[in-house]
Design a protein around this ligand. Structure first.
Ligand SMILES: Cc1cc2nc3c(=O)[nH]c(=O)nc-3n(C[C@H](O)[C@H](O)[C@H](O)COP(=O)(O)O)c2cc1C
Length: 187
C-alpha cells in the first residue's frame, strides 16, 4: 500500500466486524512495529493480548468506574471527556473490538509513554496495511483493579502505557478535518 493511502486510511476505528484477528497476523504486526524508534533503543514495550470478551468487558467497567471517580473529584478533567459514554452501562470503552492490545513497560522508564506512542503509530499503520483497523483507547489507562491486573499478568513494576482496540473495520470513515500547519517561525 502506498504511503499516501496508508495516511488516509489510518482512522480511529470504533465499529468492528464480528471476526477474530488471527494471532499469527498480530505476530506479524508486532514484528513490523519493532522498527519504531525508542529512546536509547530501549524498546520498553511489552504486550498483553486480550481476546476474552468477558475479561475485556470487566476491564472496561473498571476503567469507567475509575474515570468517573476521577471526574467526581476533578470536574471537567480533560482526561475523560466522554461523560455520557462513561455513564452509559452498555458502553464498552474498547468498542467491542475482537482484540485489545495493552502496551506495557517499566514504570521506572522515563520515556515509556513517548516510546509506546511511537510504537503505536507504527502498529496502527502496519494494521492498516493488512486491512485491519485500530483505535487508541486512552480510557483503558484507568484500569486499576488489582485482581484484574493480576489476571492479565501485568508484571510488578510495569504499567499500561497504550491501550489499543484492534479488529477488522466495518467501514473506514473519511479523515476528520485537520488544522492547517501552524508554523510559529521560520528563521
Ligand atoms: C492519547 C489518545 C487517547 C485516545 N483515547 C480514545 C478513547 O478513549 N476512546 C476513543 O474512542 N478514541 C480515543 N482516541 C482516538 C481519538 O479520538 C482520534 O485519534 C481523534 O479523534 C482523531 O481521529 P482519527 O484517529 O480517526 O484521525 C484517542 C487518541 C489518542 C491519541
Amino acid at each position: 500500500m502506498e504511503w499516501a493511502s496508508l495516511l488516509k486510511l489510518r482512522r480511529s476505528i470504533r465499529s468492528f466486524q464480528d471476526r477474530p484477528v488471527p494471532l499469527n497476523l498480530i505476530q506479524d504486526l508486532l514484528e513490523e512495529s519493532r522498527l519504531a524508534p525508542s529512546a536509547y533503543n530501549q524498546q520498553p514495550w511489552h504486550f498483553l493480548l486480550l481476546q476474552d470478551q468477558g475479561l475485556i468487558r470487566r476491564i472496561s467497567d473498571d476503567c469507567k468506574t475509575n474515570a468517573l471517580a476521577h471526574l467526581a473529584e476533578n470536574p471537567g478533567s480533560p482526561l475523560c471527556m466522554d461523560v455520557d459514554d462513561l455513564r452509559d452501562p452498555q458502553h464498552q470503552i474498547f468498542h467491542q473490538a475482537p482484540l485489545v492490545v495493552l502496551v506495557a513497560g517499566p514504570d521506572s522508564w522515563p520515556f515509556l509513554d513517548v516510546d509506546s506512542a511511537l510504537w503505536a503509530s507504527y502498529f496502527m499503520f502496519a494494521a492498516v496495511a493488512r486491512n485491519l483497523g485500530a483505535c487508541w483507547i486512552g480510557l483503558g489507562k484507568w484500569l486499576q483493579d488489582p485482581a484484574l491486573l493480576k489476571e492479565i499478568r501485568l508484571p510488578q513494576g510495569f504499567r499500561i502505557s497504550v491501550p489499543l482496540a484492534v479488529g477488522y473495520p466495518i467501514a473506514i470513515p473519511e479523515p476528520k478535518p485537520r488544522a492547517q500547519p501552524r508554523i510559529l517561525a521560520v528563521k
